[in-house]
Write a protein that binds this ligand. Structure first.
Ligand SMILES: Cc1cc2nc3c(=O)[nH]c(=O)nc-3n(C[C@H](O)[C@H](O)[C@H](O)COP(=O)(O)OP(=O)(O)OC[C@H]3O[C@@H](n4cnc5c(N)ncnc54)[C@H](O)[C@@H]3O)c2cc1C
Length: 428
């Protein structure tokens, strides 16, 4: 998608200058704005649409450190080759010629090396653990409810061999302070009766949580406004001046804005914005879907991961959210009925879904993905006052609050709470 779509014909009014402009009002941008304002900065969020209208709107709503490992994991090469040929597989890349995509895939495969994966895993688990605690704190304090519950996640397996192999991942996360229990098939039936399909057992992660994704953005934005953040909706950033190694004025469809520092948090749309500033931000969109169904008669007690089908189930109080699939598409938001059908069939095989389904909402979103599956959080290469907060792939909700804290610490020169090295934004 070109950055400059319809530039206004005349110069628009100037928006009041700000210490920090955050481009993008998704969960990550809002979290950054909140933490910056808490540290005394004047902050303006520029969102081209409505806050939370991007990938943060209808995601699975999981706040699960147990599933926060980098996307590029050892063994993915073998799986990805098989999946590439199957348009109904959980991970799909439509075969096409695209030099940027080819470079992205090569970067992804290089990042599946075990040593690299384990370094990234430790950083992600720490970021996610702290973030979920921050979400819990917000749920306790904020007047806006967002369905935060910490009842744990049940990761269900259907084949003994796969179940046994997956224990290594459960043990890896346990070494980083995320406990788990192994449940037999009988224990799954007894403790999570919503699972009715054939299964051989599950890993249960009691510290995992879930929430309703869009209300979570609304609660975070309300907290940001209370801290003094100005949120401007309908303001698309379409150009930025770069002079002497800094970003100057931002041109938006609602006016021009001068900011001392700029945080680019535009999710899957960061590549074009970065290019306009002479930066390489290799973020691709990975499309996924979620369906909201009525509450089940046998409603789940926990979040459920159908691990071999890669389907996420989130039991909201009055509805069931079913999410899945990952298709590298760049910025294509078309609905692929075959892939939506694969999610429905996958979930129906394991849960007693109503017939007819009574779908209340079908949503799709673009996960912002960097080739190594790690977020980019930090100063951009060669631009002193530009910061990136993007590339959170499947973990943007669950790591947003910690990302906000890390960005705010880096921008304001405070000692960072996490090691920023694995997230360096200038690694590309
Ligand atoms: C099916 C599915 C399930 C998922 N489940 C989970 C889950 O359970 N837990 C989890 O942690 N993550 C999950 N994710 C991932 C998560 O949704 C994303 O990582 C997260 O929403 C990314 O947030 P963001 O703020 O970076 O991007 P976005 O929410 O996409 O926000 C970017 C914003 O930037 C705005 N923007 C773009 N260009 C401009 C511009 N030029 N000017 C101004 N504004 C601009 C957009 O309008 C958008 O609002 C899931 C994703 C999908 C698709």
């Amino acid at each position: 998608m070109p950055l400059v779509k319809t530039p206004p014909r005349e110069e628009l009014r100037a928006l009041p200058a700000t210490d920090v402009a955050v481009v993008g009002g998704g969960v990550v941008g809002i979290a950054c704005a909140l933490e910056l304002a808490r540290r005394g900065a004047s902050v303006t969020v520029l969102e081209r649409d409505r806050i939370g209208s991007g990938c943060s709107f209808g995601n699975a709503g999981w706040l699960t450190p147990s599933l926060s490992l980098p996307l590029a994991a050892p063994g993915m090469l073998r799986k990805a080759t098989r999946w590439l040929l199957d348009p109904e597989s959980p991970l799909y890349i439509q075969p096409r010629f695209d030099a940027g995509l080819a470079r992205w895939i090569l970067g992804f495969l290089a990042a599946t090396r075990r040593s690299r994966f384990e370094r990234g895993a430790a950083a992600m688990l720490e970021l996610c653990r702290v973030s979920v605690d921050l979400w819990e704190e917000l749920a306790r304090r904020a007047p806006e409810p967002f369905g935060f519950e910490r009842h744990g996640l049940v990761s269900v397996y259907e084949h003994r061999e796969v179940f046994e192999k997956a224990r290594a991942m459960a043990e890896l996360v346990a070494r980083h302070g995320i406990p788990f229990e192994a449940w037999s098939a009988d224990q799954v039936r007894e403790r999570e009766p919503a699972v009715v399909g054939a299964q051989v057992g599950a890993y249960y992660f009691p510290d995992d949580a879930h929430c309703e994704p869009y209300p979570a953005v609304v609660a975070l934005a309300a907290e940001a406004r209370r801290a003094g953040v100005r949120i401007v909706e309908g303001a698309e950033v379409y150009a930025a001046e770069r002079t002497n190694g800094t970003v100057g004025r931002l041109s938006t469809t609602l006016g021009a804005l001068t900011a001392g520092q700029v945080v680019l948090a535009a999710g899957a749309w960061c590549e074009d914005l970065g290019r306009s500033l002479g930066l390489r931000v290799p973020i691709l969109g990975a499309k996924g879907y979620s369906l909201v169904l009525p509450r089940l008669e046998r409603h789940p007690r926990h979040s459920i991961y159908l691990a071999e089908r890669k389907i996420a189930i989130n039991p909201h109080a009055d509805a069931l959210r079913v999410s899945g699939t990952l298709e590298l598409v760049r910025d294509d938001l078309s609905i692929n009925r075959r892939r939506v059908g694969a999610i429905v069939r996958g979930a129906s095989g394991m849960l007693a879904l109503p017939r007819p389904l009574g779908v209340r909402e079908l949503w799709r979103g673009l996960r912002p993905c960097a080739p190594d599956g790690m977020p980019l959080i930090g100063r951009a290469r060669g631009v002193g006052n530009l910061w990136l907060a993007t590339g959170h792939q499947m973990t943007g909700l669950k790591t947003a609050t910690g990302t906000g804290r890390l960005i705010a610490e880096l921008v304001t020169g405070q000692p960072p709470s996490f090691d920023p090295e694995p997230f360096r934004a200038d690694r590309y």
